[in-house]
Design a protein around this ligand. Structure first.
Ligand code: NDP
Length: 404
């Protein structure tokens, strides 16, 4: 029986709050706080209607450590689930240290003025969390998150050695807009317009954005173009599984999405450099965000499925092995359950499960940790129970020989 404080009332925060509310025996008290309290109140009202449970709400600016500390001291949670934006990770970790509260997030820290996400800032908290007897679990979403746990599961149950790992993220959903992003547009556009990068023999190999493409036939979604990009879980997986020789991340994009991005890029609308506009400083990508549909509004309009998984090639007892573990999630089913589409759902459910792993003691250890550093079994079992069932199959697909 534990009290949790959730920060961030966007698409992911909505799912985390709904899912925690479904398990009162683990999450006995829930407070949802965000910059805009009315968003929290709306989610609280939905939860009351669905489950009959009351959750508390609050207003907080998570960029301000003193505000966070005051809120934590009032709510007195055992742990904090950070599903605000990556820019708030460090202030929230500081507040957790000051108040003696465990921490979990779904995305690694990224400075607001530099499009560069890395774990180094958060890994630097290792000693402080350990000394305080507190735990911080980093990247407990789907990717990062479940993809790290899938890799740990494969390593534990099927391989002595993984030689190559390919992480495949397909969103086959259609929301009917010419262009919209399924999660925070600023984060999303910064991620996909960056150079690609993959891990090869102990070093990163850089590619141009969207330079490498393959056609892949995704189960229950169909054939899609997927593009190689850099993604944050590869940094921690390369560190914790140093035997993996090559690791790549692929994400699917439709042609219309890419065409819009190209135009935004050509005219500088994706820039994070402030410009002067009618006597005011504005950041182009933040202006663009204001024009785009709110990701939280896509839920009712999005049909289709996501398919996200990991293909590993390697050996066990000297014999070659290749396996594919993946989850398929249906946008409309997610919406019926939590008023959110599958991209928020596939992030929010693992955040709830990560918190449950910590509160139930399966994964409780002082320090700052990534998902693959814990026993994958209880987490994998919980995925099956809480809405993200997976399959683990033998497989012989050779991504390199697929058409471009
Ligand atoms: P949204 O933009 O929909 O929601 C973010 C929420 O954070 C908003 O409600 C916003 O508040 C709140 N917020 C932002 N700044 C502050 C602040 N200073 N103080 C308090 N609250 C603040 O994003 P998503 O819900 O889509 O994503 C949430 C997180 O999940 C992001 O970090 C994202 O990178 C991550 N993510 C991880 C994935 C994974 O698989 N690991 C996949 C998808 C997302 P308000 O609206 O009240 O102003």
């Amino acid at each position: 029986m534990s009290s949790v404080l959730i920060i961030g009332a966007g698409g992911v925060g909505r799912v985390v709050a709904h899912k925690c509310a479904q398990i009162p025996e683990v999450f006995s008290q829930i407070c949802l706080a965000s910059r805009t309290q009315s968003k929290c109140d709306q989610i609280a009202a939905e939860i009351r209607q669905k489950t009959g449970r009351r959750i508390d709400t609050a207003q907080v600016d998570a960029d301000q450590v003193p505000e966070l500390v005051a809120l934590i001291q009032r709510v007195k949670p055992v742990m904090l689930i950070n599903v605000a934006l990556p820019y708030q990770d460090l202030t929230i970790m500081d507040a957790c240290l000051e108040t003696g509260v465990h921490y979990l997030d779904t995305a690694n820290y990224e400075p607001l003025d530099e499009a560069k996400f890395e774990y180094k800032w958060q890994w630097a908290y290792q000693e402080r969390f350990e000394k305080a007897g507190l735990m911080a679990l980093l990247g407990s979403g789907f990717d990062p998150g479940v993809t790290n746990v899938f890799t740990a599961h494969l390593m534990k149950h099927h391989f002595d050695q993984i030689d190559t790992l390919d992480i495949l993220d397909c969103n086959g959903g259609d929301h009917g807009y010419a262009f919209a992003t399924n999660f925070n547009p600023e984060i999303n556009i910064r991620e996909v317009t960056a150079n690609g990068r993959y891990w090869q023999d102990g070093a990163w190999v850089e590619t141009q954005p969207m330079e490498i493409r393959r056609k892949f036939d995704f189960d229950q979604v169909g054939e899609k173009n997927m593009y190689l990009l850099y993604h944050e879980e590869m940094e921690s997986l390369a560190k914790h599984f140093p035997g993996i020789k090559r690791m790549r991340f692929w994400m699917t994009f439709g042609d219309a999405y890419l065409k819009h991005l190209e135009v935004f890029r050509n005219i500088g609308l994706d820039s994070i450099e402030p410009i002067e506009f009618q006597g005011q400083q504005i950041v182009p990508i933040q202006f663009l965000k204001a024009l785009l549909p709110d990701p939280a509004s896509l839920g009712p309009r999005t049909h289709g499925k996501t398919n996200i998984g990991v293909i590993a090639k390697g050996s066990k007892n000297g014999q070659p092995v290749q396996r594919y573990v993946y989850n398929i999630c249906d946008h409309q089913e997610c919406y019926k359950e939590t008023h959110a589409q599958a991209v928020s759902y596939t992030t929010g459910v693992p955040a709830m499960i990560g918190a449950m792993m910590m509160l139930q003691g399966h994964w409780m250890k002082p320090g700052v940790w990534n998902m693959e550093q814990f026993d994958p079994d209880p987490f994998m079992a919980a995925l099956n129970q809480h809405g993200l069932p997976w399959v683990d199959l033998e497989n012989d697909i050779d991504i390199d020989s697929l058409p471009e």
